[in-house]
Design a protein around this ligand. Sequence first.
Ligand SMILES: C[C@@H](C(=O)O)C(=O)SCCNC(=O)CCNC(=O)[C@H](O)C(C)(C)COP(=O)(O)OP(=O)(O)OC[C@H]1O[C@@H](n2cnc3c(N)ncnc32)[C@H](O)[C@@H]1OP(=O)(O)O
Ligand SMILES: [Co+2]
Length: 133
Amino acid sequence: MVEKIDHIGVAVKSIAEARKFWEGVLGIKMTDEEVVAEQKVKVAFLPVGESEVELLESTEPDGPIAKFIETKGEGIQHVAFRVKNLEAVLEELKAKGVRLIDEKPRYGAGGAKIAFVHPKATLGTLVELCERD
Ligand SMILES: C[C@@H](C(=O)O)C(=O)SCCNC(=O)CCNC(=O)[C@H](O)C(C)(C)COP(=O)(O)OP(=O)(O)OC[C@H]1O[C@@H](n2cnc3c(N)ncnc32)[C@H](O)[C@@H]1OP(=O)(O)O
Ligand SMILES: [Co+2]
C-alpha cells in the first residue's frame, strides 16, 4: 500500500526564518515556495535522498497550521506516505472503518493528489497519503 515516506510536514511560523537552519546550517537546498490556498498554507520543500521535508507556513489565522502552532508550537505536523492509487487506498481504508479527514483526493503541492487520515485513527500521528507522478 505504502511505497515510501514522501515527505515530513513541519509547521513553522516563517519559512524565511526556518530556511536559515534547514538551508543555511544543514545545507539542504530549498525549492521555490508555493501557496496551496485550500490548505491555507505556503509551502517549500527540502529534498533529502528519496524523501523531502515540507516547511508549512500558515497564510490565514484560522488555518490548520496556525491552529497547530497555537496549540502545540512549531515542529512536525504530519508524515506523508507515497501511494500508487490514492482513490483505491481511500476505499480500502473506508472499508476498514478508518476515520478519514478527506474521503476524496484533494489538491496537494506540486500537483499531487493528497488525503489526510485523522490522528485519532493512527494513535496520534496526522498521516497524509500522497500520489504523484
Ligand atoms: C500542502 C499539503 C501537501 O503536502 O501538499 C499539506 O501538507 S497541507 C498540511 C496542512 N493541512 C492539514 O493539516 C489538513 C488536515 N488537518 C486537519 O483537518 C486538522 O488539522 C485536524 C488534524 C483534524 C486537527 O484539527 P483540529 O486541531 O481543529 O482538531 P481538534 O482540535 O478537534 O483535534 C483533534 C485531536 O487531534 C489532535 N491533533 C491535532 N492536530 C494534530 C496533528 N497535526 N498531529 C497529531 N495530532 C493532532 C489534537 O491534539 C486533538 O487531540 P486531543 O483530543 O487528544 O487533544
Ligand atoms: Co504535506
